[in-house]
Ligand binder design. Structure first.
Ligand code: TXA
Ligand code: MG
Length: 322
């Protein structure tokens, strides 16, 4: 049962202390990050990690991201190559997850990494996430705070809708600024590869760190990143992508200058065609339109560059039929 739901404006320090205590006792805390809300538990505590999997109904083969307060703490759990250290230096804190070799002496729960010898790790930039990680001190395993495979949560209200009775605390930090999960890059092999698109774009990474192979649509990605192949981020009603118009029985998710549409209802990800605004709106607008009274959601084409790649990636996976 949720014991308490607080607004961050009130007694911030007490909330953080209380949340860290819950983590220390093996409980679960849902907290805001700059990307999406996470469902956090002590990454070294098998039973806490097991309760994350069970709350989300997440398959045990799909490993979790470990969140830490800074790189120095990360170094206790993973080995950094020179390029990994450089990328972390440039992008942490921020929406980038690095997959790195797990240290043999790491005391992370084996469940976190689903038996892999690598760990996905990141330092988030959201002040509330930072405060919590600093107060707790250790690593926090935190997947998105929603049922496995469904639309990710970008507000505390979204978390309440799917996990209310399954977490000990939900910290309300308002809407997430980015609204899409972190970029994931694998630096555990001989050359870097992209496993998930996010706010740190492929263009950006290529520009600064040389060619990064994009494995996000590789059919072998399930071996590298087990969460990536399946239907994901899915609405209950079907999605129809690249839709230039919508039927009277459909909801329409537009982008840019408004298209002529007969849709039952329409929302616009960004009237000015701004991809950052569109990313921040994507999951919450999908939730609003995902109603059984519509035969489905028609989604306008989104330009496939920069953050648009991450948006299209989420939409494609969400559109895979159940
Ligand atoms: O923005 C985010 O990353 C959010 C917030 C809460 O930080 N978290 C998040 O976690 O999206 P999750 O569990 O929903 O996604 C983790 C992704 C999955 O696709 C998983 O397969 C992949 O990271 N992953 C985790 N550990 C991995 C590993 N050792 N090697 C490759 N992929 C891994
Ligand atoms: Mg997720």
């Amino acid at each position: 049962m949720v014991k308490t739901i607080y607004k961050m404006n009130f007694i911030r320090e007490e909330i953080i202390k209380k949340s860290a205590q819950i983590l220390n006792n093996g409980g679960l805390v849902a907290f805001p990050t700059e990307t999406v809300y996470g469902l956090g538990g002590d990454a070294c505590n098998d039973s806490a990690v097991a309760s994350i999997f069970s709350a989300k109904k997440r398959p045990l083969y799909n490993p979790l991201i470990v969140h830490v307060h800074n790189k120095k703490i990360a170094e206790k759990y993973v080995n950094f190559s020179d390029i990994a250290a450089e990328i972390a230096h440039q992008h942490w804190p921020g929406p980038l997850t690095l997959v790195l070799p797990r240290r043999v002496d790491s005391d992370l729960s084996l469940l976190v990494t689903a038996g892999l010898d690598t760990v996905a790790i990141r330092v988030p930039s959201h002040p509330t996430a930072n405060a919590l990680l600093s107060c707790f001190g250790g690593p926090v395993a935190a997947p998105s705070a929603n049922s496995s495979g469904s639309v990710s949560p970008t507000t505390a209200e979204h978390v309440i809708q799917s996990l209310k009775s399954l977490t000990d605390m939900i910290i309300d930090g308002g809407p997430c600024i980015i609204g899409l999960e972190s970029t994931v890059i694998d630096l555990s092999g001989s050359s870097p590869s992209l496993l998930r698109h996010g706010a740190v774009t492929l263009e950006d990474l290529n520009h600064r760190f040389g060619p990064i192979s994009d494995l996000t649509n590789d059919k072998n990605i399930i071996i590298k990143s087990p969460g990536m192949l399946t239907r994901h981020y899915a609405t209950k009603q079907p999605l129809r992508l690249e839709a230039l118009s919508a039927g009277t029985d459909e909801a329409y998710l537009a982008f840019g200058a408004s298209a002529e549409t007969n849709a039952a209802v329409a929302l616009n990800l960004s009237e000015s065609g701004d991809l950052t605004e569109a990313a921040a709106n994507l999951f919450s607008m999908l939730r609003v339109l995902d109603l059984p009274k519509f035969n489905g959601i028609a989604v306008a084409p989104i330009p496939n560059h920069g953050l648009g790649r991450a948006i299209n990636d989420r939409l494609r996976r969400a559109a895979i039929p159940a």
